[in-house]
Design a protein around this ligand. Structure first.
Ligand code: C2O
Ligand code: CU
Length: 506
């Protein structure tokens, strides 16, 4: 496909509108609700789902022995289907919030922490004011209510804090302390596929952590200033040594990389290919097979694994395989797991033989639509170089430069060029985009061993740009005007300023 770059940093040429806008009548409304909390979003109920989500200090069992001090989300269902909220893992992980496409969602967000926080709905297409952005913090002891329509495709999304104060971001610290949880959207089309469900569907939140004496979580790592935080243990749903008993049949694994900085090279211990059903924006049109899957912070992946050829007594391990992660990441000694270490993630222990005729469906989603691009689609370029900056600029609050204004209803190509030594998982708020192409434009560097596992199919909200690469994504700004963030989802990079606002306007 031929694409034209218009004016690099500064310019953008907008041509004919590419799609008809669906009018969205419920624009965000700020007000105050009955109990005095600030309110944003849909004003009027009835709401199909109403929850209370509270962030507060807690203790949670993680390693054997003393429970660790954490910050965590607790949720309570005030109205809606009984399966809307499910605990995950019995440790600090935020509960699974299960929504259905088409529902009207209402949440009261309570801050029981000693500092400002927000709740960001990562990946969801929601109005700016309910997006949990740093410009609308919830103060300690205060609450905010938000309401929105659930319009996204069925898939695995997540929620986490997004505060950023005068001394930098607190996303890394707060989510490290335990504030992050999965959010699943379901719909009829997905249900009709009959993918493995119930105890044959596993939800895995993968995060690395370090512990000091007495099981105290420690948020220090040797590479904090470059790679970001790397822990010396990898937890699944807040617990070490994850294992599940399985039968000889297919399973669906829905995985969120909720780590601050660590990139995983997901592979099977017996080297079988990794079968991908979906990405962050929901199911693919058909399953794709990869030698391994590269999963960067913020990203989700939906896998199919069939154990019907295994025997009871056997084990299959999901691992993060070793890779070359560059000079900085590999000179670390000591107990840390270097960025590219081989790490066991999940043991599947076959304990039961069953006979089923479940087969991998040859076709999956039928509603997958990439933003339409052509040779006239305007291209906006973002250079990733320098100390945690985008186009040489760091986070400046809600200040938006001329070249960070986009037009409602239009499709653009955003081109991320990584001229740094570090991989950057670039995340755009408020929408899902499609990867147009990925090219090596600089010299091949370290981290290149992750390239074969990059899943660029389907829709994404976070795309990993390896050093020396140029990745182009197509995005359409629909329905909502206002401010949204785009940033590196390496949380230490984002907190250090590799984050900016862009504005959607008509
Ligand atoms: Cu996962 Cu700006 O967020
Ligand atoms: Cu980065």
């Amino acid at each position: 496909m031929l694409l034209r770059s218009v004016g690099g940093l500064a310019g953008i040429t907008v041509l004919a509108p590419t799609a008809l806008l669906t009018a969205y009548h419920d624009t965000a409304v700020a007000g105050t609700n009955r109990d005095g909390a600030a309110h944003y979003g849909l004003e009027n109920g009835p709401f199909d789902v109403d929850i209370r989500l509270r962030a507060q200090p807690h203790t949670a069992p993680i390693l054997p022995g003393t429970p660790s001090e954490v910050w965590r989300y607790t949720a309570e269902l005030r109205n809606g289907p009984a399966d809307t909220i499910t605990p995950v893992g019995g440790s600090y992980t935020g509960p699974l919030i299960r929504l259905r496409r088409g529902q009207r969602f209402h949440a009261r967000l309570e801050n029981g922490l000693p500092e400002d926080t927000t709740v960001h709905w990562h990946g969801l297409h929601v109005p700016s004011d309910v997006d949990g952005q740093p410009r609308l913090p919830i103060k300690p002891g205060e609450a905010m209510t938000v309401a929105f329509d659930v319009v996204d495709r069925a898939g695995l999304y997540w929620y986490h804090p997004h505060p950023h104060g005068p001394n930098g971001g607190r996303v890394g610290f707060q989510s490290y302390a335990g504030l992050a949880g999965p959010l699943v959207i379901e719909d009829e089309a997905e249900r009709a596929l009959g993918l493995p469900a119930g105890d044959r569907e596993m939800l895995l939140v993968i995060q690395d952590r370090s512990f000091a004496g007495d099981n105290e979580l420690s948020f220090i790592s040797r590479d904090m200033g470059t790679i970001g935080f790397l822990g010396d243990r990898v937890l699944v749903n807040g617990q070490p040594d994850a294992a599940r008993e399985v039968a000889t049949r297919p399973y669906r694994l829905r995985i969120l990389n909720g780590s601050n900085s660590r990139i995983y090279k997901l592979a099977w211990s017996d080297s079988r290919p990794v079968t991908v059903l979906g990405t962050g924006g929901g199911l693919l049109g058909a399953p794709h097979h990869y030698p391994f899957v590269t999963l960067a912070p913020g990203q989700r992946i939906d896998l199919w694994v069939d154990l019907s050829a295994n025997e009871p007594g056997e084990e299959l391990h999901l691992i993060s395989d070793a890779y070359e992660a560059g000079v900085m990441a590999n000179v670390m000694g000591g107990p840390d797991l270097s960025a590219g270490a081989r790490i066991p993630l999940l043991a599947l222990r076959v304990t039961q033989r069953v006979r089923t005729n479940e087969r991998l469906p040859p076709r999956l989603a039928e509603d997958l639509q990439a933003p339409p691009v052509g040779r006239d689609t305007p291209v906006r370029r973002f250079n990733l170089i320098g100390a945690f900056a985008i186009n040489g600029r760091q986070f400046e609050g809600t200040t938006v430069a001329d070249d960070e204004i986009v037009h409602l209803g239009r499709t653009e190509i955003w081109e991320f060029v990584n001229d740094s030594m570090m991989p950057h998982p670039m995340h755009v708020h408020g929408l899902q985009f499609a990867v147009v192409d990925r090219r090596q434009v600089g010299g091949r560097r370290s981290w290149a061993g992750l390239a074969a596992g990059l899943v660029d199919a389907g829709l994404l909200d976070t795309v990993l740009v390896l050093p020396g690469e140029r990745v182009r994504v197509a995005l359409t700004f629909t329905d909502f005007e206002g401010l949204y963030l785009y940033h590196c989802h390496n949380m230490e990079h984002g907190d250090n300023g590799m984050m900016r606002y862009y504005r959607v306007r008509s």
